[in-house]
Design a protein around this ligand. Structure first.
Ligand SMILES: [Fe+2]
Length: 383
């Protein structure tokens, strides 16, 4: 995956059990790991949808003991995971199940680490260097949104407890259940932001310096599927075909970016979201049109393939189509958020410092280049 290397290494993190209704087989999947006591991690939204109750019933019918943690907050902090570690130790947890969106899945992965590696979670921050991955108990992830790709990534995203800084920790799930039926209750704005996040993952992976034939096969298909299905799923949440296509797209994009990393779009989105308290999907979508234009400049053949996948005649038209989709999904203008170009540029150095994948662009960027791109991102979406 290194730039300029003649070798590429591609990875699939775990089996993925995919299909409408797949979650009904959860107890059987837990038993594969020889676990009898599990922690089910979810949040208030998943609880309200009834999905947690269903999963608990399936597990208990299969003779599995279930502890629950239902208080996951968006963008989990390392200190919130440390608190979760106490529950894990108290209840003798052997396996962790995450049922929810990206924040829940990441929390579940880190809870899996607390089973095997006691001590503060902040010792594992990637910003402290590429240490060997911490030991982790089996974790089964069940996404209820189509976007994060966290179920097939080898990291969990975590915020520093006392600062608005995003970091990451090596953590990989042992098994994934991808059941599109679980995503039908996601409200339109969650569906929209999640789908745009998946689109951003796919686009940044496809246009990264580390893209290889395997990742590009996955990312270009994800781009096509999101472009074709997101509006339908936002309009008609119960459309199972659109939901299935988005679940698959999000998973493919996750597989792609787990192999290649992302680049300036997510570096900006992470820092912006952390600093101004914006939802990840929205913050990470802002760069989408500029990522496409950047590709047109530095890798025209990739931009042409992107335009085709999006169903547009060229890269400019593709960027415009994505802008329209972002507005349709309710992504706020920077002026509505009270963020000026200068304020957005003010996070540039932090974004570079906190995101190891920043340098994964097709051509190297320095601070001034990045600031110019940020101005373009803000002005493009404001127009
Ligand atoms: Fe993302």
């Amino acid at each position: 995956m290194a730039m300029g290397s003649k070798f590429s290494e591609y990875t699939l993190t775990s089996p993925v059990y995919f299909g409408v209704g797949a979650v009904a087989d959860i107890a059987e999947k837990v038993k594969r790991f020889g676990a009898e006591k599990v922690l089910l991690v979810f949040d208030a939204g998943v609880k309200a949808s009834g999905a947690a109750e269903r999963v608990i019933a399936y597990l208990e019918a299969g003779g599995i003991g279930v502890s629950t943690f239902d208080d996951v907050k968006p963008d989990p902090t390392d200190t919130s995971i440390d608190a979760l570690g106490a529950i894990v130790a108290r209840d003798g947890i052997e396996l962790v199940i995450g049922l929810g969106g990206g924040s829940v899945l990441d929390t579940a992965k880190m809870a899996g680490i607390t089973v095997k590696t006691p001590g503060p979670m902040n010792q594992h921050f990637l910003s402290k260097g590429f240490n060997p991955p911490p030991a982790i108990a089996p974790v089964i992830l069940i996404p209820t949104t189509s976007g994060s790709g966290s179920e097939v990534s080898c990291v969990a995203v975590v915020s520093h407890g006392d600062e608005h800084i995003k970091d990451a920790i090596f953590a990989t799930a042992a098994y994934v259940i991808l059941d599109p039926e679980l995503t039908v209750t996601a409200p339109p704005h969650v569906t929209g932001f999640s789908g745009l996040d998946a689109m951003a993952h796919a686009l940044e992976s496809y246009t990264s310096a580390s893209a290889d034939p395997f990742s590009m096969m996955a990312s270009i298909e994800a781009i096509r599927l999101v472009a074709e299905n997101l509006k339908t799923a936002v309009d008609t949440g119960t459309d199972l075909e659109a939901r299935s296509n988005l679940a698959f797209a999000s998973n493919l994009a996750g597989i792609a970016f787990n192999n290649t990393g992302l680049h300036f779009g997510h570096a900006f989105g992470h820092e912006l979201g952390g600093f101004f308290g914006l939802p990840h999907g929205m913050a990470s979508s802002y760069a989408i049109p500029v990522v496409i234009r950047f590709a047109a400049k530095h890798a025209p053949e990739r931009a042409a393939a992107i335009a085709q996948a999006i169903g547009a005649p060229d890269a400019d038209a593709a960027a415009q189509k994505m802008l329209d989709l972002m507005h349709y999904c309710g992504v706020k203008r920077f002026s509505e958020l009270g963020i000026s170009v200068e304020q957005a540029q003010g996070i540039a150095q932090g974004a570079i410092d906190h995101n190891v994948f920043f340098h994964n662009t097709l051509v190297p960027l320095d601070l001034d280049d990045f600031k110019a791109l940020i101005a373009e991102i803000v002005e493009t979406y404001e127009a």
